[in-house]
Design a binder for this molecule. Sequence first.
Ligand code: ADP
Ligand code: MG
Length: 238
Amino acid sequence: AGAGDPILVVRELYRHFGGIKAVNGVSLDVDRREIAGLIGPNGSGKSTLFNLVSGAVTPDRGQIRFDGHEIGGRKAHAIARLGLARTFQIPAMFDNMSVTENLLAAAAEGHWQGARERAAETLALLKLDHVADNRASDLSGGQQKLLEFGRVIMRQASLILLDEVTAGVHPNIRKIILEAIARLRERGITFLVIEHDMEMVRNVCDRIIVMDAGRVVASGSFNDIVRNSEVMQTYLGR
Ligand code: ADP
Ligand code: MG
């Protein structure tokens, strides 16, 4: 990672599940206002890394520092309160509530003031205005992905972790997501995104971190990564 004061610092992080070394000695930095892409084959430990950083899973050992706080092993709600938000591979929302109500319900503790205004901004940013009053369960799969992203935006986090938000969504929705990420970064938000779509990685990520078998095996620009023949072989099978 670049010089300065990274928002996220991970050092020698380990988490095994029985005999599975899901995260097996990961160290990485994410710089402020960076859009970092995390790629790697299925089962390489990407989601487990997100679970460790967001407090859903406890590390066996290692350090995680977020915005100056040592957060390794802290509870998820305590980490969220420090300004870290994430999506899950399967969107979580209140099915029986409207899109707007879902956004308002996600407004972070201490951030309720102005929540209506921010919900309106978020609806516009994600082009969900026309379904604002629809029940969440009536949305298309792609719109549900947008809503989950919107709920994360409402938390006013400084670091957002996105786990495959563009997987399986229509190209129009993917474009909305990519534009929203770029806009939010302009406002100072940092992103770490797990992504399989190399087009998206190339277009939006400043830097790419490659995981394989629980470890970081490469990090660099898209061009650096593409030129790294070992990565291309393990990851893309070329
Ligand atoms: P990725 O997101 O890169 O596809 P994961 O982090 O989901 O990979 O999984 C890494 C490995 O850890 C896989 O072998 C997976 O089956 C295993 N794993 C992840 N979470 C658990 C868990 N809660 N219990 C048991 N095994 C798990
Ligand atoms: Mg995963």
